[in-house]
Design a protein around this ligand. Structure first.
Ligand code: FAD
Length: 429
């Protein structure tokens, strides 16, 4: 069968940003759509926490809008959602003392020139080892490695140098900020849109297998429910793909996901009685935005310009894998100890003012098994294998399949969902 031909009834597996976007586009084009979502909520790795916990819908998953993000911004306009621009001062505690902004990284210009000259892709760790091996480049290597691990949640021994170059060169294309009301507002809008166009959303429907059935497919859920349709679009995160039994051609296609990097993030949210850091040690940190340090939990941010007395800690990449066995309480303690170290306080002092806390270790989430994707030198090939709708009735979408510079983002998920729907609808017409 020509992919997409005569398909009128679709199952979308996963109600994250990608799944909801695919479903909305197909439903709005008049197709019958049912969304099967394993959790008891939509949004996936967009995870707003209840307002009572932190005083606002704190983000357990995605929080910022980065870069150009054209699909996200266009959807925000449609939904009447506003961007709250990033503001405030970034501080660094890397040199032992708290200082505004990061100290400059030596040899950065030389690094970017060498990066521009790369013709054949290789892991960034290999690039650094071959081109910047001497002791004088120690700080440069550490700074790059920290960014790759901390921001991209990636293993430098796997992460693609060319993809990082694209990301770094494109980084300042748009205003950075948060959606006023949180990413949950975008998900709520997409969910309403899906329903308005007739798509059904089934929560608590964890798909364990997709089989061929008649001329179409049947999705089997863990609770025994079975849903039939002409075709399915799988939008689950890469590690989950190997947990869903698929017919042979689709299984072979899905195996390519092993070449897509996927890292972990542990997010630690701490709500205090006051913004005790604002005038700490004679320094005016009232407009603190980001704080970068060498502590165990190295990166922290506030909700500035909003006034919530909440600090969010961020711990990502291979380092997060190493503490993955800790309990949530132990992770919160680790966060408090890091803050005590950064601000030169007793841990008791930070604990005393604590009102609410959460540690979210995404590796332990059974429907995500990590935080987000990054490109390896083999990823672009893997993505085109999976995006090629050769298997007829099973399609793949999700942030990991996005071919642009910002893999691992909500933008990537929305753009991939949009593309999957367009491929299906174009092939049909
Ligand atoms: C801690 C963290 C911070 C982040 N920060 C940012 C940020 O600041 N900015 C940004 O742009 N991006 C950020 N991201 C990335 C962003 O959240 C993701 O790229 C995006 O939300 C992924 O959307 P998706 O639809 O591809 O996948 P998902 O959101 O994972 O959706 C897939 C859905 O499939 C469901 N599912 C899984 N298994 C099954 C099954 N067997 N049957 C049925 N359903 C199933 C899942 O429950 C989920 O709802 C962050 C992610 C994390 C974890």
């Amino acid at each position: 069968m020509t992919a997409g031909a005569h398909l009128t009834h679709f199952l979308v597996i996963g109600a994250g940003a990608a799944g909801l976007m695919t479903a909305r586009e197909l439903a709005r084009a008049g197709r019958r759509v049912a969304i099967l979502e394993a959790r008891d909520r939509c949004g996936g790795r967009i995870y707003p926490l209840p307002i009572w916990e932190f005083g606002y819908p704190a983000e357990g998953g995605a929080e910022f809008v980065h870069g150009a993000a054209t699909v996200t911004r266009s959807l925000m306009r449609e939904a009447g959602l506003r961007l709250q621009r990033r503001a405030g001062t970034r501080w660094s505690a890397r040199t032992g003392a708290l200082l505004p902004d990061d100290p400059p990284v030596p040899y950065e210009d030389r690094f970017y020139r060498a990066l521009l000259a790369v013709k054949h892709d290789l892991p960034i760790a290999e690039f650094l080892e071959t081109q910047f091996s001497g002791p004088r480049y120690d700080r440069l290597r550490r700074a790059i490695t920290r960014t790759v691990e901390g921001y991209d949640a990636a293993d430098p021994h796997r992460a693609s140098t060319l993809a990082l170059r694209d990301e770094w060169m494109a980084r300042d294309d748009g205003e950075h900020g948060r959606i006023a009301g949180g990413y949950g507002a975008l998900i709520a809008y997409l969910g309403t849109e899906c329903r308005k166009h007739g798509a059904a959303i089934h929560l608590g429907a964890a798909v364990s297998a997709i089989d061929k059935a008649g001329g179409g497919i049947a999705a089997r859920c863990r609770d025994g429910a079975v849903f039939e349709a002409d075709a399915a679009i799988l939008t689950v995160p890469p590690p989950i793909l190997s947990e869903i039994a698929l017919p042979r051609p689709a299984r072979e296609q899905a195996a390519a996901a092993a070449d897509i990097g996927y890292g972990n993030v542990i997010k630690i949210l701490l709500r205090f009685t006051t913004k005790w850091w604002a005038d700490h040690g004679g320094r005016d940190l009232a407009d603190l935005s980001f704080l970068i340090s060498d502590a165990t939990v190295p990166t922290w941010w506030t909700q500035h310009p909003a006034s919530h007395s909440v600090l969010t800690g961020w711990f990502a990449g291979p380092k997060a894998d190493r503490v993955s066995s800790l309990t949530d309480d132990e992770l919160v303690e680790m966060g408090l100890a890091s803050l005590a170290e950064i601000f030169d306080l007793a841990t008791d002092r930070t604990r005393r003012d604590l009102v609410a806390s959460r540690a979210i270790n995404w590796a332990k989430d059974p429907f995500a098994r990590g935080a987000y994707s990054y490109a390896t030198p083999q990823t672009r090939r893997a993505q085109s294998t999976m995006r090629n709708p050769a298997s007829g009735a099973i399609f793949f979408a999700g942030e990991a399949l996005y071919g642009g510079p910002d893999m691992g983002t909500v933008e990537a998920a929305l753009a991939s969902g949009l593309e999957a729907a367009r491929v299906i609808l174009t092939k049909e017409s």
